[in-house]
Ligand binder design. Structure first.
Ligand SMILES: [Zn+2]
Length: 171
């Protein structure tokens, strides 16, 4: 009998770590991209992540160019491409690579944009805090760096500080 469990691989996006997911307290294996590590800026989250890497609970992965292109194409179709960072795209692409190797990737993410693309691509995900994407939602477009919010959906970079904008669900 082959054990299903061993095929499961968890892929971390920055929101997972920032929202308190600790890979060291899971029995599963995890992957993370170099770019995602760079997105984790607060000290406590960084320490948790670095510890998990040092005890080999998290492995640093690099996505294939083929999977990155495929992710871009899908995100373009759903209209999410301009809200995804390079790290987000690589995270999804790492899941595609894992799938191709016969593994069962699950992305740990609270980012609604990533979740939307994943639903479209039929890649499973698990949120840390949020309860997953709802069918009909209203988005707020906001700047993660300075907190500015926008109603114009065509804007993808902050007019105040130039950062790449993110979306969250309006409560
Ligand atoms: Zn800004």
């Amino acid at each position: 009998m082959c054990r299903e469990e061993s095929k499961e691989i968890l892929i971390l996006d920055s929101s997972a770590i920032i929202n308190g997911y600790n890979p060291a307290s899971s029995s599963k294996k995890h992957l993370i991209s170099e770019k995602t590590i760079k997105e984790v800026k607060d000290q406590k989250s960084r320490r948790i992540l670095e510890t998990a890497i040092s005890i080999k609970k998290v492995k640093i992965a690099k996505a294939s160019e083929k999977s990155i292109q495929k992710t871009r194409k899908n995100a373009e179709k759903t209209g999410d491409l301009k809200y995804l960072s390079e790290a987000d795209i690589e995270t999804i692409a790492i899941a595609l690579d894992a799938k191709e190797k016969g593994l069962q990737p699950i992305i740990i993410t609270d980012d609604f944009t990533i979740q939307n693309v994943l639903s479209h691509m039929k890649i499973p995900y698990k949120p840390v805090i949020t309860s997953g994407i709802k069918n009909k939602v209203k988005w707020i477009i906001y700047c993660p760096a300075c907190g500015a919010t926008y109603t114009d959906k065509k804007i993808s970079t902050c007019e105040i500080c130039g950062s790449k904008l993110k979306r969250k669900i309006k409560s």
